[in-house]
Design a protein around this ligand. Structure first.
Ligand SMILES: [Mg+2]
Length: 252
């Protein structure tokens, strides 16, 4: 399987198409939970880079984000370094960033379709909580987990620290497991979708891990890939045809 999969990846890369190799067992068709990364997966932006734009430290922060998403530096350390740079930034920036978020092509359709099909949906983000809650509300998701930025005692500025456990790669995989337990389903019934190196533990914990327009290292290590623009192709990997998608969009 591994050798065949490697050959298929090479073939799909040289032909600019996507090929997914999945065992045709009972679990292919009874997925019940889909867990999404947020930044560069459900939304087009990396929220910390957007906050940094308004804080006037975008170049420093974006360089660290890029290295972290490629897996070149430890995520926890990279998050600490980036959040420190946000010290003194007005809390109102979070509202500005929220208003400027754009959803990935197909994200709204996919989430509506999956809800209609009875799936539970979650966002597990290495980004930040007010924004993850907004995405949860907009897309009708069931769960949202993300980092929490600490705010000054007067409630006006960011302190450059986070509070609570940091959502890094390991934590993402743990949270996926917690949601599956709460829903009473097995890991075989879970789908995870993400693009960054910090998504690999959760992609490899889920029964089906999908690298979505992911960094090269993530594509190599995930079991399935989507390199088309639209998130709707998650439905293809779950066994739904274009015709099924048309029906789902009509009846949504
Ligand atoms: Mg991401």
């Amino acid at each position: 399987m591994d050798i065949l999969r490697t050959e298929l990846i090479e073939l799909s890369a040289s032909h600019g198409t996507d090929v997914a190799l999945q065992p045709d067992d009972v679990f292919r068709k009874n997925k019940r939970l889909v867990v999404f990364d947020m930044d560069s997966t459900l939304i087009c932006q990396e929220v910390i880079d957007e906050i940094a734009k308004y804080a006037g430290v975008v170049d420093q922060v974006a360089a660290i984000t890029e290295a972290a998403m490629n897996g070149e530096i430890d995520f926890k350390e990279s998050l600490r370094r980036r959040v420190t740079l946000l010290n003194g930034t007005s809390v109102s920036v979070l509202e500005t960033v929220k208003q400027n978020l754009t959803f990935t092509e197909g994200a709204r359709f996919l989430c509506r379709a999956l809800k209609r099909l009875g799936f539970k949906l979650a966002v597990i983000s290495g980004g930040f909580m007010p924004l993850a809650l907004y995405v949860k509300a907009e897309l009708g998701l069931d769960y949202a987990f993300a980092n929490q930025l600490m705010v000054s005692s007067d409630g006006l500025t960011l302190t450059g620290e986070t509070t609570g456990p940091i959502v890094d790669g390991i934590r993402k995989a743990e949270l996926l497991d917690v949601i599956a337990q709460a829903e009473g389903i097995t890991l075989n019934q879970v789908v995870a979708v993400g693009d960054g190196a910090n998504d690999l533990p959760m992609l490899n914990t889920a029964g089906l891990g999908i690298a979505f327009n992911a960094k090269p290292r993530v594509q190599e290590q995930a079991r399935a890939r989507i390199n088309q623009k639209s998130l709707k192709y998650v439905l293809t990997l779950l066994g739904y045809s274009e015709k099924d998608m048309e029906q789902l969009s009509r009846e949504n």
